[in-house]
Design a protein around this ligand. Structure first.
Ligand code: NI
Length: 158
């Protein structure tokens, strides 16, 4: 287990576009393992490499707790529909806000062996893919929040 330090909003590393991965080196495999450790430790749904200070196009997602998904150099092929719901981010601790996202996403990505694959998701998985891909462009969900960013506790009480 290696938990990495999660960068928080205001850290310039979260505002920069990430670089393509050309080769999955042992170092990158270690990064991916550490990203999962960090994600599960923080009880999150997704984590992008810039959130641990690495400007590479890698995201890890797990919407159920036992369906780990690694997306290397992901790009969106197709989106449809719409969902509006509360979203949070490990880099914006204690906060949540309402964001509208597509309800369906199809993406192309590479796995840890640099083999291409397509991934389709709806609802939470679609939201997570869109959210994490935004991180790779240097964007945080707070830019897309409709209304005010709120404290998580105040929303849970409602
Ligand atoms: Ni995030």
């Amino acid at each position: 287990m290696a938990i990495r330090n999660i960068r928080e909003i205001g850290d310039p590393v979260l505002e920069k576009p990430c670089k393509e991965v050309k080769e999955v080196t042992p170092r990158i495999r270690q990064l991916i393992d550490d990203m999962f450790d960090t994600l599960y430790e923080a009880d999150g749904v997704g984590l992008a490499a810039p959130q641990v200070g690495i400007l590479k196009r890698i995201v890890v997602i797990d919407t159920t707790g036992d369906s780990p998904l690694v997306l290397i150099n992901p790009r969106i092929l197709e989106t449809s529909g719409e969902q509006t719901g509360y979203e949070g981010c490990l880099s914006v601790p204690g906060k949540t806000g309402s964001v509208t996202r597509p309800n369906y996403v199809k993406a192309l990505a590479y796995n840890e062996d640099m083999e291409p694959f397509e991934i389709e998701g709806t609802e939470l998985l679609a939201r997570a893919i869109m959210h994490e891909l935004d991180h790779l462009e240097g964007h945080l969900y707070v830019e897309k929040v409709e209304g005010e960013l709120q404290d998580i506790e105040s929303v849970q009480e409602n």
